[in-house]
Design a protein around this ligand. Structure first.
Ligand SMILES: C[S@@+](CC[C@H](N)C(=O)[O-])C[C@H]1O[C@@H](n2cnc3c(N)ncnc32)[C@H](O)[C@@H]1O
Length: 308
């Protein structure tokens, strides 16, 4: 295992393809979750003071790019991945899969196409994070590494220690057919380790060890502004949990302005949260545009071109 902080590999690799939109980055990070990441990372309330961000399992950077866009001054983003290493994967088949498409250089090239500085990269199993990440230091942790029960269980306990009380935990694939171990570990965290679920998308569970009520109210208000997103509440063992499906959110019909502030949800979140916004205005606008569903992005670019 090697641990580096912005070392050696920060130079851009001209041989690697340079994505110009988030859509071009391979990965499993769908528009509703892009909205939700933008909202949880960008909203400004007393419940969202500064804190570090941690991602377990970055693959080629699709979700990491969005997390990095919301880093505030003084905050740190750490990512941990095996990047196709010979040793470390719990399952041989998983290793074989990632060795076909994943390298650390490709992750870094993708990330640097959207953000100026690499995150701290921990190249190794997520097990090592327990001793590396400071207790109560994080405001947001995304778990999307191994999908085996024992591994995810350990990752959740690491996240619990790393998160401050009102921090947000995101669990990928908590209900996917081929990942029953993630489902088991996720609901075990709810029933046995005090995690309070706030939001269930088709692919991710969003929870907190803090008070979920203010988050739930504010998030419901936000989701109702997204056309045809009809969020519902389900009570699960005493927890009122929001749910919405990614399939219910179509792209808006028209884009009337090329100013991100006037485009719905992620762009608005990105452009209206000074403390949570990226430092560079042009980068903010670029990421904002890239976060939109592809059809909107294309329309937006066309509108911008037409306006010169
Ligand atoms: C599903 S992908 C992550 C997808 C990414 N978050 C996205 O949204 O595009 C899972 C990643 O976890 C990594 N991984 C799998 N098992 C791991 C482990 N035990 N420790 C660290 N990384 C692991 C894989 O190399 C892969 O890059």
């Amino acid at each position: 295992m090697t641990i580096t902080r912005d070392e050696a590999t920060t130079s851009r690799d001209s041989e690697l393809p340079r994505p110009s939109s988030l859509e071009e980055v391979p990965g499993w990070f769908w528009p509703l979750d892009q909205h939700l990441f933008a909202w949880f990372l960008g909203h400004r309330t007393p419940l969202n003071p500064p804190g570090d961000l941690l991602e377990m399992g970055c693959y080629l950077g699709k979700s990491t790019i969005v997390m990095g866009a919301f880093l505030r001054d003084g905050e740190k983003l750490t990512v941990c991945d095996l990047f196709g290493a010979e040793d470390g994967y719990t399952k041989e088949a998983t290793k074989a899969f990632y060795q076909r498409s994943l390298t650390r250089r490709a992750f870094e090239a993708n990330y640097l196409a959207f953000n100026d500085t690499l995150p701290d990269v921990v190249e190794g199993r997520t097990d090592v994070l327990a001793s590396l990440i400071e207790e109560d230091s994080c405001r947001f942790v995304h778990i999307d590494a191994s999908h085996m029960y024992d591994d995810v269980r350990g990752d959740i306990l690491t996240a619990k220690k790393a998160l401050r009380e009102d921090g947000i935990l995101v669990l990928d694939d908590y209900r996917t057919e081929h990942t029953p171990g993630v489902a088991a570990a996720s609901w075990e965290a709810v029933f046995c380790h005090g995690l309070r679920p706030v939001m269930l998308s088709s692919n991710k569970l969003y929870g907190t060890w803090g008070d979920p009520a203010p988050l739930r109210e504010a998030l419901l208000t936000e989701l109702r502004t997204i056309p045809k997103c009809v969020p519902g509440i389900q009570e699960i063992a005493g927890h009122d949990v929001i749910r919405a499906s990614r399939g219910k959110i179509p792209a808006p019909d028209l884009v009337t302005s090329c100013h991100p502030r006037r485009v719905y949800s992620p762009a608005r979140v990105l452009s209206s949260t000074a403390a949570g916004a990226p430092k560079s205005g042009s980068l903010a606008r670029r990421i904002a545009v890239d976060l939109l569903p592809p059809v909107v992005t294309r329309a937006l670019r066309k509108a911008c071109r037409a306006r010169g």
